[in-house]
Design a protein around this ligand. Structure first.
Ligand code: HGY
Ligand code: MN
Ligand code: MN
Length: 417
């Protein structure tokens, strides 16, 4: 099916969305910070819904702020076909992560409508709340609740750094109603597909314009609290110290050591935050909180790394006389893409002579959880130098337009099933 994407409009909308930010301008590129339920996030949400209703699509929010933009099909009672992504952005990030899937999805629907296509099944665009873990410490809040992967009571009590619980923050942002109402039944969608930047270097390196994701690696998150014995940086002599930050440093290196020791390229681990208490230059750290993000396509291998890290923690406790507690934030299973949708994507590309690469997604996405609700697959487009979560994140206009075109064509096929 010939599709004409309005590339200029789509790029313009991506630029507009990027203005909803409280990031400092950056010389390297377009810096975006858009934390869930911040003023910029709420402005972006309102703007997106205006775009959608201007097109004659229906728009609604659920109790956690997921947005649903529906193009009602000829047979509205059939399970819809859905696409979408997120528009929240971690601090000082880029302007394409997530937004390409949301605005590309909207443009795909508009392009199909402009072409006079009439979907049998409704097509629904979803903008998820809080794909990023920035504010409440766990990623994919909206899709976890939609798919029943996160208990609503636990979610309601999640707190941000000011100890404000999600329940309070969301209701003051205007999203009321019980979180238990967010969950969708397994039969709700016929299929789920998401367009996203690769956030890695492979497509660009191999000069391939499209990736078809066959599986999504399984992320896990842990919080380690190391407690020692603080004191005066001058008067507390070295033999008497139980320095929590020195112990944390050994723990961080233990994470790297055991991750590399698997010898598997798919095992990755990052300690991305390190909160030092009291955080004064002349005070021996008494407490450190580390957040660990560890991922693998093989959850057993991921767990074996955790076992090795736990053994090192035991050694640290004995040797440094510190206490170390571990709190599980999330430990998710990997997701496999639907062979049927992957085949549809392959056929759509090869019938037009478009090169593509089947690949693993090492970044997680809302699709990881939507896979529990419906047959899932993802489309990737290249991003420059594989860079993401940075202001210099960049995707070429022609790659964005091509990804959106294929998305529209696959949506049309699925919505006609
Ligand atoms: O961290 C991730 O994989 C995603 O970009 N939130
Ligand atoms: Mn991201
Ligand atoms: Mn993303």
């Amino acid at each position: 099916m010939q599709i004409q994407i309005d590339q200029a409009r789509l790029l313009n909308e991506l630029q507009t969305l990027a203005t909803f930010t409280d990031a400092e301008p950056d010389t390297e590129g377009t810096a975006v910070t858009r934390v869930v339920f911040s003023a910029d996030d709420l402005r972006a949400r309102a703007w997106l819904k205006e775009l959608a209703t201007a097109e004659g699509f229906e728009a609604r929010d659920d109790a956690v702020g997921n947005i649903f933009i529906r193009w009602v099909g000829r047979e509205p009672n059939l399970p819809a076909v859905a696409t979408g992504s997120h528009t929240d952005a971690i601090p000082h990030a880029g302007m394409y992560d997530g937004t390409v899937g949301v605005l590309g999805g909207l443009e795909a629907m508009r392009a199909l409508k402009r072409r006079g296509f009439q979907p049998r099944r409704s097509i629904e665009l979803v903008m998820f709340t809080s794909e990023e873990p920035t504010r409440f410490g766990i990623g994919c809040l909206g899709s976890r609740l939609l798919s029943g992967t996160l208990d609503p009571t636990r979610a309601e009590a999640l707190q941000d750094k000011d100890e404000a619980p999600l329940g309070t923050v969301r209701t003051s942002a205007g999203f009321t109603g019980p979180l238990s109402s967010v969950r969708l039944p397994a039969s709700h969608y016929h299929a789920w597909i998401e367009l996203h930047i690769e956030q890695g270097p492979l497509l660009e390196r191999e000069s391939i314009p499209l990736g078809i994701v066959t599986s999504i690696a399984a992320p896990a998150g842990y919080c380690f609290t190391i407690t020692g014995f603080g004191g005066h940086a001058g008067a507390l002599l070295m033999p008497d110290r139980k320095d929590a930050l020195c112990a944390a440093a050994e723990l961080i290196l233990s994470v790297e050591k055991h991750t590399l020791a698997t010898g598997a390229i798919d095992t990755v681990a990052t300690v991305g935050t390190c909160a030092v208490h009291p955080g004064a230059v002349n005070s021996v750290p008494s407490r450190v909180v580390l957040q660990l993000d560890i991922r693998d396509t093989n959850p057993d291998r991921r767990e074996s790394v955790m076992q090795d890290i736990r053994r090192d923690c035991e050694d640290l406790r004995q040797r440094r006389k510190v206490t170390i507690t571990e709190e599980l934030v999330n430990a998710d299973a990997p997701a496999q893409s639907s062979p049927h949708i992957v085949q549809l994507m392959e056929e759509t590309c090869s019938s037009q002579g478009i090169p593509y690469k089947k690949m693993v997604s090492r970044a997680y996405h809302d699709s990881l959880f939507m896979a529990a609700l419906a047959p899932m697959a993802m489309l990737f487009i290249p991003c420059r130098n594989g860079v993401s979560h940075r202001p210099d994140e960049y995707a070429k206009p022609e790659d964005i337009a091509l990804g959106t075109t294929i998305l529209a064509q696959v949506l049309a096929k699925l919505a006609s099933e």
